[in-house]
Design a protein. Structure first.
Length: 305
């Protein structure tokens, strides 16, 4: 808790403000009112940021029972931001204190306060961010953990005019009505031993309101939507000596160059590959690959078209 408190304090040093004053390198906190509800997000701007240069943005969406400050620690994207020069935005869902969730559809929507309009919130975040950062509107991406990964799929379906590509981690699609305005490239990371959002859920053993889509159903939905007609290619991308084995399957040949990529972590749990597990009981994390590096490599190939 001391770690989380330190994160909150470091961001709290920046006055929560909607001032149009441009932001510089460092960590900042912003507050918005969306449909009468006060909402918050954090921003990390790398030291190499040039306000005269269009800069890509990665939205990092936390899981259920977390908030933006927890996500900063869990995913380690600030380090990748410094290496690669993109801005990271950590929005917070709705809930009580640090225990928040996204209205990502399905049962997860019931966890969000008043079934919050989180798509409208993310749109407002991007609008607000563009007043204080020189955002490259063609290179805005979203990644997310668990419930945040589910929210990535909802953004791809309902905000494809703003989101160029997505990278769900340990989170499957939780919506049924999927009608994006354009093909949306997807790179999805999932552990085979994930017991929280299972790779292949046994839905006959849970109540209807807790049923989840499996990884393959989520992936094949977007393979079809993106028109990825080529035979998939599978390769092993982990090295020997790790407790996990990582394979990457790529579905290419989609409309406007869209791809769908599935990264599977054998023996991996409900974790962010390359980062230590939040707690031990959620399973093992791949150590010799980095989800952050792989998703950024993928994002760079897929600007908004």
């Amino acid at each position: 808790m001391l770690l989380f408190g330190g994160l909150v304090s470091s961001f709290a040093a920046e006055d929560l403000s909607s001032s149009p004053e441009r932001l510089g390198p460092g960590d900042h906190a912003r507050t918005l009112t969306v449909e009468g509800v006060e909402r918050h997000y954090l921003v990390h701007i790398p030291q190499t940021y040039d306000p005269q240069t269009l800069t890509p943005v990665v939205l990092a969406l936390h899981g259920a029972g977390m908030d933006s400050s927890t996500m900063v620690w869990l995913c380690g994207l600030n380090q990748q931001s410094e290496q690669s020069g993109f801005v990271v935005v950590y929005p917070s869902g709705t809930g009580v204190g640090p225990f928040r969730a996204w209205n990502a559809g399905g049962f997860s929507g019931k966890l969000a306060e008043g079934r919050a309009n989180d798509v409208a919130f993310i749109r407002r975040v991007l609008d607000d961010l563009s007043t204080v950062v020189n955002v490259d509107a063609k290179r805005v991406y979203a990644c997310g953990m668990s419930n945040g990964g589910m929210m990535c799929y909802r953004l791809a379906a309902e905000l494809s005019d703003r989101i160029a590509a997505i990278a769900p981690v340990a989170g499957t699609m939780a919506i049924d009505d999927v009608r994006p305005q354009r093909p949306v490239p997807v790179i999805h990371f999932h552990g085979l031993q994930d017991d929280i959002v299972p790779f292949a859920p046994k839905n006959n053993k849970v109540p209807p309101f807790l049923r989840l889509k499996g990884v393959e159903e989520s992936i094949q939905t977007w393979v079809a939507l993106n028109g990825c007609h080529e035979q998939p290619r599978t390769e092993t991308i982990s090295r020997e000596g790790d407790e996990t084995k990582v394979t990457r399957t790529t579905y290419s040949g989609g409309k406007d160059g869209a791809e769908v990529v599935l990264v599977v972590i054998e023996n991996g749990g409900h974790t962010w590959p390359g980062q230590p597990p939040l707690v031990k009981f959620i399973g093992k994390s791949a150590r010799n690959i980095s989800a952050n590096a792989l998703m950024w490599e993928f994002f760079q190939k897929h600007p908004l078209k």
